[in-house]
Write a protein that binds this ligand. Structure first.
Ligand code: ADP
Ligand code: MG
Length: 236
């Protein structure tokens, strides 16, 4: 497979001065972050340090009390503006696969395309492409309950990438899987991200996972980015 060469000269995600408190308890304490276009940033830190809150702010699921966020140079959040998630061009994968049980795999993956108003005729090929990318094209007609946990998370991954989002957000997507599956899926997600070249933020508390996947690791502590470490991936 040919590795994608990230375009680090373009901005992917810019975060400036992000602050948020819940009931007077500071959870984001002045977060500044730059994720170059086409690179993967891992947000690594202990439980409770604010990782999910930061990811929700990027997603538009939470409006931070202070600070600005830009995607590809366009403001999605500042003091005046708060673009809702569906207008940010995102794909998201969470810990609990969040698939719709009454829909087939293909219907689950097709859903973001419907939401974005992609023409009905164009959808099946895009769904098949996304399912092929995660190795599930033969399971399109199944229900999520007929799949293993690892396969369900692949469906969630296919659903996140099907509309070719400009930003992918992951919140500990492998935490519910056993170790062997976690390791193999982690390698697969890393390869897929490099192949797609989508700017991504990947939340984890697992150091090895962060190293395997990311171009840069942002260590988070008490609502701040403590430091940034470049892994030796293909950003040169
Ligand atoms: N909606 C909320 N209301 C009140 N407190 C919250 C809410 N969401 C998160 N918190 C608190 O904010 C802190 C950071 O949470 P979170 O961002 O989920 O951490 P992490 O994902 O790093 O484990 C925790 O102390 C958590 O209890
Ligand atoms: Mg969390």
């Amino acid at each position: 497979m040919i590795a994608h060469t990230p375009d680090t000269s373009r901005t992917g995600i810019t975060v400036r001065g992000l602050r948020h408190a819940f009931n007077g308890h500071t959870v984001l304490d002045g977060v500044d972050l730059d994720v170059p276009a086409g690179t993967v940033l891992a947000l690594l830190g202990p439980s409770g340090c604010g990782k999910s809150t930061l990811l929700k702010a990027l997603a538009g699921l939470l409006r931070p009390q202070h600070g600005d966020i830009q995607f590809d140079g366009a403001t999605v959040c500042d003091a005046r503006l708060h673009e809702p998630p569906e207008r940010r061009g995102l794909g998201m994968v969470f810990q609990d696969y969040a698939l719709w049980p009454h829909m087939s795999v293909a219907q689950n993956v097709s859903f973001p395309l419907e939401m974005r108003g992609v023409a009905r005729k164009a959808r099946p090929a895009m769904v098949q492409d996304a399912l092929a990318l995660v190795g599930l094209h033969e399971h399109a007609a199944r229900r999520p309950s007929e799949l293993s946990g690892g396969q369900q998370q692949r469906v969630a991954l296919a659903r996140a990438i099907v509309a070719r989002p400009r930003v992918l957000l992951f919140d500990e997507p492998l935490s519910n899987l056993d170790r062997t599956l976690r390791e193999s899926l982690c390698i697969e997600i890393g390869a897929l991200l490099r192949r797609l070249g989508t700017t991504a933020v990947y939340v984890t508390h697992d150091h090895e996972e962060a190293h395997a996947l990311a171009h840069t690791i942002a260590r988070m502590s008490h609502g701040r980015i403590a430091d940034l470490v470049a892994t030796n991936k293909d950003t040169a």
